[in-house]
Design a protein. Structure first.
Length: 97
């Protein structure tokens, strides 16, 4: 079964304290869904039309786990804590293998 990935870009960080609070809650909320963080932070280089903005790539055992993690109440609480602290783009993608 192919793994799945969350690819999150932060278009704007408005409140670093809210982002920090979210960052404490989200990993614990997603742990039951098998999350593994592959990378997070500012890109080392950007090309073509890339924008130098915070990126987080998370791996899940399956697409079902990735979606269930996003939709669970504990993660919803983490997003609530983040609130208007950041403008993000979160995409869930299934791996090729």
């Amino acid at each position: 079964m192919p793994k799945a990935y969350w690819v999150v870009t932060y278009r704007e960080i408005k409140d670093p304290a809210k982002l920090a609070a979210y960052a404490k809650l989200a990993p614990e909320a997603l742990k039951p869904y098998g999350v593994r963080y592959l990378c997070r932070g500012m890109p080392e280089a950007v090309y073509e039309h890339g924008i130098k903005e915070r990126v987080v790539v998370s791996e899940f055992p399956s697409l079902e786990q990735a979606i269930a993690g996003h939709d669970c109440p504990a993660y919803a609480k983490a997003v609530e804590v983040l609130g208007d602290g950041a403008v993000r783009d979160l995409r869930i993608m299934q791996g090729l293998e």
